[in-house]
Ligand binder design. Structure first.
Ligand code: BTN
Length: 211
């Protein structure tokens, strides 16, 4: 099932667990875009990919934002022809700037996975701000959904693709604070948690030098 609306508060609110898995909601503009930890996600109308997908995983969904981040990183790398990094647990960076955020919300046993990619914005960080090219959104959306499905199926069968995630780890080697833990990031573990030299963290906001 595919839903596209010109404008909505949030594509996350357009899907619910009664719909078939892989139902997809998109919009040109959100008036109340949601980010992680109660933040807002702001877009310029018509310039971003704003997508929510309904998933019904039968395994623990904790790693899903990393799986989505990897799919986004691969799409962004193909579009830009340069490397993208995954900032644990849910952002995609290029050249030190955030171009995408991922949000997994649990709803009645299902997961509504939201992905925002800044494509054509010039005022903020976006693919266009990085290489000057304006892009059509439709082919990027097709690539994103196909890549996400392949990565999701692989994760569902085999678990997190640790090597693919680890080689794009934006935080490795950085000094960060997550909740009450401060230390230098050793890396993303096989189970998706973040390892610091002072301990292991499961979730929370990462604050690092330069943020
Ligand atoms: C974050 O960076 O904290 C996550 C941002 C997720 C934004 C996307 S845009 C499509 C979907 N709808 C929302 O309201 N949020 C997600």
């Amino acid at each position: 099932m595919r839903v596209h609306v010109a404008e909505c508060e949030s594509t996350q609110a357009l899907l619910d667990a009664s719909m078939p898995e892989w139902s997809v909601a998109t919009t040109d503009h959100q008036t109340g875009g949601r980010g992680r930890l109660g933040r807002t996600w702001v877009d310029e109308p018509g310039s971003s990919l704003l997508v929510s997908v309904l998933l019904k995983p039968t395994r623990n969904p904790d790693g899903l934002t990393l799986v989505a981040g990897l799919a986004v990183a691969e799409v962004v790398e193909r579009a830009l022809g340069r490397p993208a990094q995954i900032k644990w647990p849910n952002d995609v960076f290029v050249d030190g700037s955030k171009v995408s955020g991922e949000l997994a919300e649990l709803r009645d046993g299902a997961v509504v996975l939201g992905i925002g990619i800044n494509v054509n914005r010039t005022a903020y960080t976006s693919l266009q701000a990085i290489d000057g090219r304006e892009r059509e959104l439709a082919p990027l959306l097709d690539d994103l959904l196909a890549t996400l499905r392949a990565r999701y199926d692989d994760w569902h069968a085999n678990g997190l693709p640790h090597a693919e995630i680890a080689k794009r780890d934006f935080l490795r080697g950085r000094r960060v604070t997550v909740g009450s833990t401060t230390g230098t990031v050793v890396g993303i573990r096989e189970d998706g948690r973040l390892e610091l030299d002072t301990g292991i963290v499961e979730s929370g906001e990462v604050v690092f030098d330069g943020q």
